[in-house]
Design a protein. Structure first.
Length: 391
């Protein structure tokens, strides 16, 4: 087992915008690298999906030059048009390039998937939350690449949830899963390049050879930016994250996946609406404490092709809460969700329907955190600063 790895940082030469200048859109690592002619190889394999190619299509650029040999795709498929948990029966081809699905029975590339290639490129928009499965897919790709001696380049991107706030417990080892692959809090405040650097530097990942990793930075991103401040258009990262507002609420309301309460799948506003038959005005009172506001709205969840299957309360009109945040920088959907779940666990123990999946998402076996668990989050928050690539 090797815990050291080769790491290179390509630092941007473009100065950050000055305070008195209008904000310019950040430039993704992929676009920056392409403009600076950094792709000198000829046999690349690329982990990505269609949404990640909307701002700048590295895939198309490499294909035109005859440099792309294979594509890896995460959950939801390369076109990101498959509902949560749906497994593809066949692998597509994109402009003549084979696409290997890394979701379902095969969640990790195999050594032969790297045949004929000499570099793995990671160009995918993550969301900055531990339970989003793209993290596991990236880790699996990096692990096999390291074992096979294949260098990796991460084309870094903004963390949509920003780089300052850290929330939630550090994942317990006993709850490690595909929705929780690393000992990190739920909201970890790092870009993908920073997080993967930390994961392999800290020895969280076992490989037979050192990982050869290069991170190409985003131009113009600052740690206090949430997505709206990047100047970039929001492209849905998956079928049920259609807007940044949905992602922001998902940071907390995703926990309801592990209960009988609807997380809004099968409705026009997934993760921004939660549904449960006993919802009433009293459930709105706690929102303000966490920087949120809400209103009672009845909805009828339905199965939606490409978005929702086996939908909770399918075909039934039920009450629920539509939730928004007036000031996203000072609101916490996660803290509210935990507080709400605690109260409902006490008041409606039979109806809330808690399943083990909740603990996999939350990262601990209960909602009442011990002092040592809270201390681990504080320790992570400090240690991650070693790996900052952005101010």
């Amino acid at each position: 087992m090797f815990r050291l790895f080769t790491l290179f940082f390509l630092l941007s030469c473009t100065p950050d915008p000055q305070p008195d200048q209008p904000l310019k859109p950040v430039i993704l690592g992929s676009e920056s690298a392409w403009k600076n002619q950094l792709f000198s190889g000829n046999n690349y394999v690329l982990l990505t999906n269609i949404p990640s190619q909307k701002q700048f299509s590295l895939a198309d650029s490499l294909i035109i030059k005859g440099k792309l040999k294979r594509i890896f795709s995460p959950e939801h498929g390369f076109e990101s048009n498959q509902a949560d948990g749906v497994i593809l029966n066949s692998e597509p081809v994109y402009q003549g390039i084979p696409v290997v699905s890394l979701y379902g029975k095969k969640k990790s590339p195999e050594p032969h998937d790297f045949s004929g290639t000499d570099t793995l490129l990671i160009d995918i928009q993550d969301v900055g939350l531990r339970f989003y499965t793209y993290l596991s897919t990236v880790l699996n790709c990096l692990t096999i690449a390291a074992n096979e001696g294949i260098p990796v380049v991460i084309l870094d991107r903004p963390n949509p949830m920003g780089g300052l706030i850290v929330e939630g417990p550090v994942l317990a080892d006993s709850l490690k899963s595909f929705v929780g692959p690393l000992p990190i809090p739920i909201r970890y405040g790092l870009t993908l390049g920073e997080l993967m650097t930390m994961a392999f530097s800290e020895g969280w990942v076992t490989t037979t050879q050192p990982l050869q990793l290069k991170v190409i930075k985003v131009d113009g991103w600052k740690r206090d930016f949430l997505w709206p401040e990047t100047g970039l258009a929001w492209v849905p990262t998956s079928p049920n994250i259609p807007t940044f507002s949905a992602l922001f609420m998902y940071s907390g309301t995703c926990l309801f996946e592990g209960t009988a309460i609807s997380e809004g799948r099968g409705t026009p506003t997934p993760f921004e609406w939660i549904g449960f038959p006993w919802a009433n005005e009293s459930h709105l009172k706690s929102l303000k404490e966490f920087g949120l506001r809400g209103e009672l709205i009845q909805r009828m969840p339905e199965d939606i092709t490409g978005k929702s299957v086996n939908t909770k309360f399918k075909g039934k009109v039920i009450a629920g809460i539509q939730i928004t945040a007036a000031d996203q920088k000072n609101a916490s959907p996660l803290k509210w969700a935990v507080s709400f779940l605690k109260s409902q666990k006490n008041e409606h123990p039979n109806e809330i329907g808690i399943r083990r999946h909740l603990w996999l998402l939350w990262g601990q076996p209960n909602l009442d955190l011990a002092k040592e668990v809270e201390e681990k989050t504080k320790q992570f928050e400090e240690k991650r600063k070693i790996y900052f690539l952005y101010q």
